[in-house]
Each structure stands twice: as structure tokens, then as C-alpha cells.
Design a protein around this ligand. Structure first.
Ligand SMILES: NC(=O)c1ccc[n+]([C@@H]2O[C@H](COP(=O)([O-])OP(=O)(O)OC[C@H]3O[C@@H](n4cnc5c(N)ncnc54)[C@H](OP(=O)(O)O)[C@@H]3O)[C@@H](O)[C@H]2O)c1
Length: 262
């Protein structure tokens, strides 16, 4: 355990089996924090847990769970927070599907609403009163630059991330003056399994050359969360994109986003 950032309890990280979530786990472990890792792939998380326990002498619990099921999300919180203080929650698990909204198959979009929106909301809903009662905490919600504009070709995903941004900013304001903070983290395209999972590796956005490494991106989000910042973008390009909706007429914005998503 550690006193870094004045936080001494456990850190719960969703989507910790790979990508940004695995990097958040590595960063937290290097600070000496005890961890609860949650995602569906237990074996990947067990391997990571073994590595982190051995290297950093911390406690790590692995909870294999499907966050698209709200009952499992409630159960995850109960298992994580019963007789334990969670003072950092990283709501990182998320997914997307690339393709026209008119496709009839709804499986992956349904999953993305459940994981990106519902699971995140349930965990925040449980964590905020828990942290207030315990005297403090930090919540890192992984949103995206996608949350700043509609995304033709990824309509549901962009809408889920707009929700995460809006929810995070509203609750952060409600919590002003308390010792609990909410950070909406908004990375741009990052080198993880995300694009492959969504079926969008060939888009301009992801085929643009070298993408930033997950470890570097995660460090930026982690620092912003510890500092209690409300929003954090990761790249200049991302910052520029988030300014565009203020500069161009609203009706043009989906056309601009569509160019990146081709
Ligand atoms: N990579 C990017 O370009 C990018 C850009 C902006 C924002 N983001 C956001 O960053 C976050 C992390 O994504 P990533 O880039 O690290 O992608 P990733 O490598 O695909 O990792 C996604 C994580 O979410 C977990 N997950 C997905 N569905 C789940 C479910 N039903 N139940 C439990 N866990 C589930 C996965 O674990 P299991 O498969 O083991 O369940 C995995 O650990 C997401 O919220 C994403 O929207 C990514």
C-alpha cells in the first residue's frame, strides 16, 4: 500500500486484461497500490497479477466478469468493496463496432451500450457514496475524443462516449468542494486491440501511421486523475478535434468526423 496522492485503499480497474487497462494496472502497481482487476479474460489477468505481485509486493485480486450484464456489475462492486476501501476506480472497459447503423446485427452495439454506459454508471453510482463516506477518492472514466462529436460509421460508440463525458462533468461539478473527483479521460487513436475488435483497422484514423503506445497514453490519464483534473485529452490532434464543434456549424461536424472514419 502507498500514501501517494493521499490515497491508501484499493484500486479497482475494469478492462484490465489488455490495452489501456493493463497499463493502468502496471502504473498503479508501480506506485504500490493494491489492485482489483476486472474483465472477462481471467487467465490474462491472472498472468498480469502474478507479474505485479512478484515485482511490486502488492495484493492483487482478479475478478473475471462480463460487464455487459448489470447483475454481474453489481456483484463485482459487492465483491470488490465489501470490507475494503476502494479509493480509485478506473472505469476503463469499453468496446465499439465499426459499420453502418442500418446493419441489422445489434450484438456488439448492444454490448457497447451496456459496458461503456451502463456498467460505468453503476460502478460510479456505487463508488461515489462509498468514497464520500470514506473521506475521499478518485474516479477515472475513460471516455474518448469521440465523445465530442457524432461519428457516422461508429454512431453508437460516439454516443456512448458523449454520455461518459456529460455524466463525468456533471457529477464532478456536484462533487466540487468534496474530496472525491471525477476525471473524463479522452484519448485519441491508441495502439491497443480496440481497432481490431471494432473492425476499423483500415480507417484513416487507425491507418495514419504510428499510433501512441498504450503505456504512454495511460500515464497521461493516470496523472490527470491523481491531480483531480476534470478532462484530459492526450494529443494535439485530439485537442484540435475537440475544438472543432465550437468552430464549425453543427450540421458539418458529422461530415468532418466521417472523413476520419473512412
Ligand atoms: N484504443 C483507442 O484508440 C481508444 C481511443 C479512445 C478511447 N478508448 C477507450 O479506452 C478504453 C480501453 O480500450 P482499449 O483501447 O484498451 O481496448 P482493448 O485493448 O480492446 O481493451 C478493452 C478492455 O475492455 C474489456 N471489456 C470489453 N468488453 C467487456 C465486457 N463485456 N466485460 C468486461 N470487460 C470487457 C476487455 O476485456 P475482456 O475482453 O477480457 O473482457 C479489455 O480488457 C475503452 O473504454 C475505449 O473505448 C480507446
Amino acid at each position: 500500500m502507498t500514501s501517494q496522492g493521499g490515497l491508501r485503499g484499493w484500486t479497482l480497474i475494469t478492462g484490465a486484461s489488455r490495452g489501456l487497462g493493463r497499463e493502468f494496472a502496471r502504473i498503479a502497481a508501480a506506485e504500490g497500490r493494491d489492485l482489483i482487476l476486472a474483465a472477462r479474460r481471467g487467465p490474462e489477468m491472472e498472468k498480469l497479477a502474478d507479474e505485479l505481485r512478484a515485482r511490486h509486493k502488492i495484493a492483487v485480486e482478479v475478478i473475471a466478469t462480463d460487464l455487459s450484464n448489470p447483475d454481474e456489475v453489481e456483484l463485482l462492486w459487492r465483491r470488490a468493496a465489501t470490507r475494503r476501501r476502494i479509493d480509485i476506480l478506473v472505469n476503463n472497459a469499453g468496446l465499439s463496432r465499426y459499420g453502418p447503423f442500418s446493419d441489422e446485427d445489434f450484438t456488439r452495439e448492444d454490448q457497447s451500450v451496456r459496458v461503456n454506459v451502463l456498467a460505468l454508471t453503476i460502478l460510479m453510482k456505487r463508488a461515489v457514496p462509498h468514497m464520500l463516506a470514506a473521506g475521499g477518492g478518485r474516479i477515472l472514466n475513460v471516455a474518448s475524443v469521440s465523445g465530442f462529436a457524432p461519428g457516422p460509421g461508429m454512431a453508437v460508440y460516439h454516443a456512448t462516449k458523449a454520455y461518459v463525458l456529460s455524466l463525468s462533468e456533471a457529477v464532478a461539478e456536484e462533487l466540487r468542494g468534496t474530496s472525491v473527483t471525477i476525471t473524463a479521460f479522452c484519448p485519441g487513436a491508441t495502439a491497443t486491440g480496440f481497432a481490431k475488435g471494432a473492425g476499423m483497422e483500415g480507417t484513416r484514423l487507425f491507418a495514419q501511421g504510428r499510433l501512441p503506445a498504450a503505456a504512454k497514453v495511460a500515464r497521461a490519464g493516470w496523472r490527470a486523475m491523481l491531480a483531480g483534473r476534470r478532462i484530459r485529452m492526450t494529443s494535439l490532434r485530439g485537442r484540435f478535434f475537440t475544438l472543432l464543434p465550437r468552430l464549425v456549424p453543427r450540421a458539418f461536424m458529422p461530415r468532418i468526423t466521417a472523413l476520419f472514419l473512412k
